[in-house]
Write a protein that binds this ligand. Structure first.
Ligand code: ZN
Length: 290
């Protein structure tokens, strides 16, 4: 980061910073971005499609069964770890993530809302019962022996989905409690984010001094609304993303950069500044004693 830019940034990202992250943050963990270059063109299944037929649910779970066997190996990257350090240092007051991969939590982040839920949970659409995805993976494996091994050549997608067309003979287990339909506990396209989650994010912004967006093109309203809210409240909005975002016209500062590297630089600068403050106050005390 150039000195002029970092000075400007230090002025903007002062006090309590709320951070909004998207798929761009997890690409360095090997999870592809829907909207990045070179991604598959097929759109994710909508909520309406999923609930409409057993065939759609079979297609979803057949692909997810293969996708999970790969996503399970993803690890937090230096961007996730930098944000967790910035939270500990008191610079990041709250994190809103659009990602469902759980990597912020794995990096040790504490105060956050997973806006679109977590791919590691499964919910029953009929009784509301929840189970862990690893238990579902076991059931899927028992009902469809050899399925993963037969489909090792297909490409992975960001929500744990893969490209897979022949799913007619796939067997989807039903809810153990009520025999109902099981769905990953994530917000599908065409489905609303639960109101209490959104309210927690607005409340965090009400107490914030700035909003930083990292790695999101802000294509969907679920994330863009927080940029609009912050801009309307007069908070500085800094966007770090490779490529155009829908929030660019509202940004105080837009930075074209990769997330992990940039967040690490911010975290490093913040810890040095903290160190200088400590040295500064130490010098003051020593001066008084003398
Ligand atoms: Zn159920």
């Amino acid at each position: 980061m150039a000195d002029q830019a970092t000075d400007l940034l230090d002025g903007l990202l002062e006090g309590h910073v709320v951070v909004l992250t998207g798929a761009g943050l997890s690409t360095d963990s090997g999870i592809p971005d829907y909207r990045g270059p070179g991604t598959p063109t097929r759109m994710p299944m909508t909520f309406q499609e999923f609930v409409a037929s057993a065939g759609a649910q079979r297609r979803y779970w057949a692909r997810a069964h293969v996708g999970w066997s790969r996503m399970g190996t993803a690890e937090p990257n230096q961007g996730h770890r930098a944000l967790a350090r910035l939270e500990t240092a008191g610079e990041v007051s709250f994190l809103i993530t659009q990602n469902v991969d759980g990597l912020h939590e794995r990096a040790g982040h504490q105060r956050l809302v997973a806006l679109h839920g977590r791919i590691s949970e499964v919910v029953c659409l009929d009784c509301g019962g929840r189970t862990h995805r690893t238990a579902m993976q076991r059931l899927l494996g028992q009902a469809n022996p050899g399925w993963i091994e037969e489909h090792t050549q297909v490409s992975a997608r960001p929500d744990g989905d893969v490209d897979l067309d022949e799913t007619g003979r796939f067997v989807v287990p039903a809810c153990a409690g009520c025999g109902g339909r099981l769905k990953p506990h994530v917000v599908f396209f065409g489905e609303n984010v639960p109101k209490d989650r959104v309210a927690r994010c607005y409340a965090a912004l009400d107490d914030a001094d700035a909003l930083l967006v990292a790695g999101s093109s802000l294509t969907v309203m679920s994330g863009l609304r927080f940029v609009r809210y912050a801009a309307k409240a007069g908070l500085p909005v800094v966007i770090v993303n490779r490529g155009v975002t829908r929030g660019d016209p509202l940004a105080t500062l837009k930075i074209e950069a990769g997330c992990s590297q940039w967040l690490s630089a911010w975290s490093g600068r913040s810890s040095r500044r903290g160190h200088e403050d400590v040295l500064g106050s130490l010098g003051h005390d020593l001066g008084r004693l003398a």
